[in-house]
Design a protein around this ligand. Structure first.
Ligand code: ADP
Length: 484
C-alpha cells in the first residue's frame, strides 16, 4: 500500500453509485498522483454517461424518501457523519496531504473545517421554518413553506478536497436534497473517504454519490438532465461560465464560488507586524492556491519600504517541503501547469519592472516545488494585477491615499475576498463599505469558518455557503394562499 492509514478501508478507488462501490462499465481508470513525489497513489474509476444516468435515477428515488423525514431525523444522521469524520481525522488528513500536497497541519485544519459544516448544518436541519403573513383581504392568510430543491450536484476543486464537498453536501442533505459529487480528478480520494464515512454513519444509499472521472463527460450529463434541479460549483470563473450556460437549458438553480483577485490593503496607520503576519496567512496558505488568497498586496507610500523588507524577510524563512514533514509550511504546487502559470506571470512582471525581493525561482527540491516569492514595485500594467496567480507569488503595489486604494482594489471583474489593515475606525468602515467584495477581512488574513456567509459578487459567483444563509441555496419557497 502506498498510503499508510490506520483504517485502510478509507482508501477507495471505485465510484459510489446507489450504495455500491463500482468500477466504470468499460473498466476505465485514471491515475491519482502525489504532487510532492510524483508517485501514483491509486487508479480510480473513470465513469461515463451510462453510469452517470444510473446515479441520477438513484438520486431521485433516494431524495423522495429523504425529504419525507423530519429535520430532526436528518440531523441525527448528519451528526453521526460529523462524529465519524472527527474520529478519522488523522487518516483523512494524511490522505489529503498525499493527493493534494498541503502541509499536514493544514490538512488537519481542513478536516476540522470540513467537519464543522456537517455539524453546523445538522443543527440547521431542525431550524428550517416558514412564516404566516396577513393577506390584503381580511379573510385570507399567506403561508410560506420551505421545501427541498430536489436532486443536486456538487462539482468541486482540488485545493480543498474535503471542505468544498461538505460545505455543499451538508446543507443539501439538511434541507432534504440528495446530492451527487463530482470531485476534482487530482483529489478524488478525500471525497471517496468522506462518502465511506457517511455510509458507515447510516446515510441511506443514493443520497450521497461520488462520480469520479472525466469532468466534461460527467458534468455534461449532469447539467443536461432535467431531473437535476441544482448545481453548486466551486472552481474557476471560466468553467463556472461554461456550467452556467449548460444549466440554462434546464433552468437549474445555481451556486457558484468562482475565482478571486483579492486585494490586501495596508494603510500607513496599520500595525506593521500584524499586517505582515496577516499577509503570510492570506497569501501562502496552501502555497497560494485558494480563491481567497491575497492576489495583490496594496501598501501605502509611508509604510511601503518597511512592509516590503519585513514581509520579504519573513517569506524567505518559510519552510518548503513534503507536506508529511512536520516542519513544512509550504508544500508543492498541484501540478506542472500551475508552475508554468506562476513562471509566466513572474516573467511578465519582471519584464515590466517588478523587482524580486525574495524567491522568484523553482525550488531546489524540484518537481512542482516553488520558492515563496515577493515581488516589489508591482503595477497595474502587469498580468499579476488582473489574473488570479494561484501560487506562492506576492506582488506588492504602492498607493498614495484612501481613494486610490479603493479604486485599485475594485479595478477587477472579481469580487470575492478583500483584506484591510488599518487602526483608524472611520477608515475601516469607509473602506469596508466601498470595497466591491463579498467578504472583507479587517485586520485579519483568515476569514473562513462555517458560521460566516462565504461567497462573492461580480464574476466571483452567485450565492453564499455556510452560515444560517447557506441552507437557503437548497430550499425553495412555497406560498400557500388560504381562504378562511
Ligand atoms: P481549477 O483551475 O481549480 O482546476 P476548474 O474550474 O478547472 O478549476 O475545475 C474545478 C472543477 O470543475 C473540477 O472538479 C473539474 O474537474 C471540474 N470541471 C472542469 N471542467 C469542467 C467541465 N467542462 N464540466 C464540468 N466540470 C468541469
Amino acid at each position: 500500500d502506498t498510503i499508510k492509514l490506520a483504517d485502510p478501508g478509507l482508501l477507495k478507488n471505485r465510484a459510489l453509485i446507489d450504495g455500491a462501490w463500482v468500477a466504470a462499465d468499460n473498466e476505465a481508470t485514471f491515475a491519482v498522483t502525489d504532487p510532492a513525489t510524483g508517485e501514483v497513489l491509486a487508479h480510480v474509476a473513470s465513469l461515463g454517461v451510462a453510469e452517470t444516468r444510473r446515479a441520477i435515477a438513484a438520486a431521485e428515488s433516494a431524495q423522495r424518501q429523504w425529504q419525507a423525514k423530519s429535520g430532526k431525523e436528518r440531523a441525527h444522521i448528519l451528526h453521526a457523519w460529523y462524529n465519524a469524520i472527527l474520529a478519522n481525522l488523522e487518516d483523512l488528513a494524511v490522505l489529503m496531504t498525499r493527493e493534494q500536497g498541503k502541509p499536514l497541519v493544514e490538512s488537519r485544519g481542513e478536516i476540522q473545517y470540513a467537519a464543522a459544516f456537517v455539524e453546523w448544518f445538522a443543527e440547521e436541519a431542525k431550524r428550517i421554518t416558514g412564516d404566516v403573513s396577513q393577506h390584503p383581504q381580511a379573510d385570507k392568510r399567506i403561508l410560506v413553506l420551505k421545501q427541498a430543491v430536489g436532486v443536486c450536484v456538487a462539482i468541486t476543486p482540488w485545493n480543498f478536497p474535503a471542505a468544498m464537498i461538505t460545505r455543499k453536501v451538508a446543507p443539501a442533505l439538511a434541507a432534504g436534497c440528495s446530492i451527487m459529487v463530482k470531485p476534482a480528478s487530482q483529489t478524488p480520494l478525500s471525497a471517496l473517504a468522506l462518502a465511506t464515512l457517511a455510509e458507515r454513519a447510516g446515510m441511506p444509499r443514493g443520497l450521497i454519490q461520488v462520480l469520479t472521472g472525466n469532468a466534461r463527460v460527467i458534468g455534461g450529463e449532469l447539467t443536461a438532465s432535467p431531473l437535476v434541479r441544482k448545481l453548486s460549483f466551486t472552481g474557476s470563473t471560466e468553467i463556472g461560465r461554461t456550467l452556467m450556460a449548460q444549466s440554462a437549458t434546464t433552468i437549474k438553480r445555481l451556486s457558484l464560488e468562482l475565482g478571486g483577485n483579492a486585494p490586501f490593503i495596508v494603510f500607513d496607520d496599520a500595525d506593521l507586524h500584524a499586517a505582515v503576519e496577516g499577509a503570510i496567512a492570506a497569501k501562502f496558505r496552501n502555497s497560494g492556491q485558494t480563491c481567497v488568497c491575497a492576489n495583490r498586496i496594496l501598501v501605502q507610500d509611508g509604510i511601503y519600504d518597511a512592509f516590503v523588507d519585513a514581509f520579504a524577510a519573513r517569506v524567505s524563512k518559510l519552510h518548503v517541503g513534503n507536506g508529511l514533514d512536520p516542519l513544512t509550511e509550504q508544500g508543492p504546487l498541484i501540478d506542472a501547469a500551475a508552475v508554468a502559470k506562476v513562471e509566466e506571470l513572474l516573467a511578465d512582471a519582471e519584464m515590466r519592472g517588478a523587482r524580486v525581493a525574495t524567491g522568484g525561482k523553482p525550488h531546489a527540491l524540484g518537481g512542482t516545488f516553488y520558492q515563496p516569492t515577493v515581488l516589489a514595485d508591482a503595477t497595474s500594467h502587469m498580468r499579476v494585477a488582473h489574473e488570479e496567480i494561484f501560487g506562492p507569488v506576492a506582488p506588492v503595489f504602492r498607493f498614495r491615499d484612501e481613494a486610490e486604494a479603493i479604486a485599485l482594489a475594485n479595478d477587477t471583474e472579481f469580487g470575492l475576498a478583500a483584506y484591510v489593515y488599518t487602526r483608524d475606525l472611520g477608515r475601516s468602515w469607509r473602506v469596508s463599505e466601498a470595497l466591491e467584495y463579498g467578504m472583507v477581512g479587517l485586520n485579519t488574513g483568515l476569514i473562513s469558518n462555517e458560521v460566516a456567509p462565504f461567497g462573492g459578487i461580480k464574476q466571483s459567483g452567485i450565492g453564499r455557503e455556510g452560515s444560517r444563509y447557506g441552507i437557503d441555496e437548497y430550499l425553495e419557497l412555497k406560498y400557500i394562499c388560504t381562504q378562511l
